[in-house]
Design a protein around this ligand. Structure first.
Ligand code: HSE
Length: 440
């Protein structure tokens, strides 16, 4: 069979990893694809000293790759949503299949990009866009196709999980761990995307669309980062039998409203996902037939991400026919797992309507009646308390920490109760509130 020619755009962390793994494992990869997969053109601003590109056409203008008539698959690994978007659209219009690791691009412009791909009889594959090396897209689109998905919850940002793990296990400072994550190539070019949850939101939107069969709606995700998490809360969570993880959660409620949210979350320490540490990612998917399933692996880094990129290259290569007649190309797996004319515009619930349990930390004066005032406010709001810890005041301080776990309540109810608690004379500072999920 005729070889498949691959053009790689971008030779940074993921581009370099893709180049090296494709070169190193070429014999096996070709055998799996059933035809040779050759990197014939690389486009990047500069050479990567870790990649021997001396025998391959190299262009400083990445559009040379897209316009190369010999290239069958364009691999977009430059990141961002401006040049990358033009590049992908141009590649599609030139009749090329596209493989990308770009979650921001898919989350924000996927609807338009997929429509263009369908029009031009090519496919856009994006396994590496979510959870690095974990084959979660293919698992959900294909392996779980029988199921009505009830919810998905995942640790889908490696940098954030690395920071939370090091803070908890070694008491390290936030900034110090973030610098290490950057040095290891885990973090985004702008690391606020990692710590403020934007990166996780990009990935969650993609998972939600595949789970429920709806167009991508990035502007509807509720996003809260991990910068407000303190050692104190990490320790109290532990005492209560919980871990704090930065989760992306999407759930279908009985009325078909969809929850779509990224935030720090207390989860019971006994759950497998609570013990996913460091740069590792994990995604829990609950299907009505299969029940809960868990997918685990490295969520960032050069070669884990390359593993997912190359799985897409193999997938596309297998599906190309020998004559490379693009007009006959059958993208048998729809981009979002549901045929594009069967996608539904479900209602994404505003955060005020989301239902979850809560961890509250209240700083109160150590005087009689404080606890009963707080519990009265919660009880008036119909919120019951599942667990409570009150700490003795530290020497020299007159405030004590009261830590509560509530049962499930609608967000607007708890917000209103908290504002009443904060008005009590005996309560100092704002109440710390972290959402809690049992993930059963
Ligand atoms: N910055 C991302 C992370 C890279 O830390 O998860 C992988 O998408």
């Amino acid at each position: 069979m005729k070889p498949v020619n691959v053009g790689i755009c971008g030779l940074g962390t993921v581009g370099g990893g893709t180049f090296n793994v494709l070169t190193r494992n070429k014999i096996d990869i070709d055998a799996k694809a059933g035809r040779q997969i050759n990197i014939t053109h690389v486009g990047a601003r500069q050479l990567n000293p870790d990649c021997d590109t001396s025998s391959i056409q190299f262009s400083h203008d990445i559009f040379d790759v897209v316009n190369d008539p010999e290239v069958d698959i364009v691999v977009e690994l430059i990141g961002g949503t401006t040049v990358a978007k033009d590049l992908v659209i141009k590649a599609i219009q030139n009749g090329k299949h596209v493989v990308t690791a770009n979650k921001a691009l898919i989350a924000e412009f996927g609807n338009e990009i997929f429509a263009e791909a369908v029009k031009h009889h090519v496919t856009v594959s994006y396994e590496a866009a979510v959870a690095g090396g974990i084959p979660i897209i293919r698992s959900m689109r294909e392996g779980l196709a029988a199921n009505k998905i009830e919810w998905v919850a995942g640790i889908i940002n490696g940098t954030g999980n690395f920071i939370l793990t090091e803070m908890r296990d070694k008491g390290r400072a936030f900034e110090d761990v973030l610098k290490e994550a950057q040095a290891l190539g885990y973090a985004e070019a702008d690391p606020t995307f990692d710590v403020e949850g934007i990166d996780a939101a990009h990935k969650l939107v993609i998972l939600a669309s595949i789970a429920f069969g709806m167009p991508l709606q990035f502007d509807k995700v509720f996003t809260e980062g991990i910068t407000g998490i303190t050692q104190e809360d990490v320790v109290y969570a532990d005492e209560l039998g919980y871990r704090i993880k930065h989760l992306g959660i999407t759930r279908r409620r009985p009325n078909n409203g969809i929850e779509l949210r990224v935030h720090p979350t207390l989860i019971p320490s006994s759950r497998l996902i609570a013990n996913v540490d460091g740069v590792m990612n994990a995604v829990l998917v609950k299907g009505d037939a299969v029940g809960p399933t868990l997918y685990y692996g490295a969520g960032a880094g050069a070669e884990p991400t390359a593993s997912a990129v190359i799985s897409d290259i193999v997938h596309v290569s297998r599906s190309l026919n020998a004559e490379r007649n693009n007009s006959d190309y059958d993208a048998s797996v729809p981009h979002l797992g549901f045929a594009s004319d069967h996608l539904c515009d479900y209602n994404i619930l505003p955060i005020e309507e989301v239902e979850t349990a809560y961890y509250l930390r209240i700083s109160a004066l150590d005087r009689p009646g404080v606890l009963s005032n707080v519990t009265q406010i919660l009880s008036d709001a119909g919120i019951s308390i599942e667990a409570l810890i009150q700490k003795e005041p530290i020497d020299g301080q007159e405030h004590v920490s009261v830590i509560l776990l509530t049962n499930r309540a609608v967000e607007k109810q708890i917000v209103s109760a908290i504002s009443k608690i904060e008005q009590l004379d005996s309560v100092a500072d704002s109440v710390v509130r972290i959402r809690v999920e049992s993930l059963k």
